[in-house]
Design a protein around this ligand. Structure first.
Ligand SMILES: [Zn+2]
Length: 319
């Protein structure tokens, strides 16, 4: 039987867990669905990620509102992917923050990415008709930005660590509690999506910079919260290993002038024993290998995924 396209057959809801990671620090994890979080300032909130739709965002906000009723001053978007940004209108945030590069990517490919992600992961798009349009950041920065939380709550550092999962990912660092929200640059026990990635930058300098924080708590894009520096390092190194295995397998096939499909099969065989049961592994891998193949072909800028390209690559690689 043919495999169902991407995550289109994954329709069972995941159970969500609100975790209190410190005084006024929250993460909502959901068994491999995209994670979100929030920090309390003295009289405001900083929310991280917006989910796929306003309805999905409201489900998260209802849980957050059991903890605090402070208004959302900052909504931070770690990158441009639709399932992370299109719920933004539900937050009534004063300011929507991203990197400059993320803003450019929304302008360049936000519409196509919306359609593509909706087709790949329909379950995440709860009441999609409420999405008012693309989400536009109202405050962007090149490499770093600081948010003072007030009182004795310390500050947040938002930082672009180099190209990785996309050309514009940022991390959110709370030095006082050594807590790092890493967006999709790090996944803890979830497979990687690398269809818009810069594999070589990501696996080297970018993850090195993420690791330099020496986080004690790390919330990746998907999967469980890593607690303790050892678990944080493990999540980072597991992410790097996934990338390195893909690069080694794909490069070998590319060098002997094999086909994209052969590269996909080699990657699948090499990764499946360790990562095959993790969320979205089967969904992501065809798109991942296609982007890496393009990089090896010298295509620096990721091709824009459309519903048509998604289906073409899927049909070519899965049978
Ligand atoms: Zn992403």
């Amino acid at each position: 039987m043919a495999k169902a396209f991407a995550s289109s057959a994954d329709l069972a809801p995941k159970s969500e867990t609100l975790e209190v990671l410190g005084d006024g620090i929250y993460a909502l994890t959901a068994e491999g669905d995209p994670n979100v979080g929030a920090f309390e300032g003295e009289d405001f909130l900083v929310c991280i990620e917006a989910r796929a739709t306003p309805a999905a965002a409201r489900d998260w906000l209802a849980k957050l509102r059991e903890q605090t009723d402070k208004p959302v001053r900052y909504l931070v978007l770690t990158h441009y992917h639709a399932v992370r940004v299109l719920g933004a209108s539900a937050f009534d945030a004063e300011v929507i923050v991203s990197s400059d590069a993320t803003r450019s990517l929304i302008k360049e490919r936000g519409k196509q990415d919306w359609a593509s992600e909706f087709g790949r992961m329909p379950r995440l798009f709860k009441e999609p008709e409420e999405i008012p349009g693309l989400t536009w950041p109202t405050l962007t920065f090149d490499t770093a930005m600081r948010i003072e939380l007030g009182g004795d709550r310390g500050h947040l550092e938002l930082r672009f660590c180099g190209k990785g999962h996309t050309a514009g990912d940022i991390v959110v660092w709370h030095e006082k509690t050594r807590t790092l929200f890493a967006g999709d640059l790090v996944e803890a026990q979830a497979a990687l999506y690398t269809g818009d990635a810069f594999h070589f930058d990501w696996a080297s300098a970018t993850l090195d910079r993420v690791k330099e924080y020496r986080a004690e708590q790390l919330i990746g894009g998907r999967g469980a919260v890593a607690r303790g520096s050892e678990a944080c390092d493990m999540a980072i190194e597991q992410t790097r290993n996934f990338l390195n295995v893909m690069v080694a397998e794909t490069r070998a096939v590319h060098q002997r002038r094999g086909t994209l499909k052969e590269a996909f099969q080699a990657c699948h065989a090499a990764l499946e024993p360790r990562y095959g049961r993790w969320p979205i592994f089967e969904h992501c891998l065809p798109f991942d290998v296609k982007r890496l193949w393009d990089e090896l072909d010298g295509k620096n800028w990721p091709e824009i995924w459309t519903m048509e390209l998604d289906r073409m690559v899927w049909d070519q690689l899965q049978d």
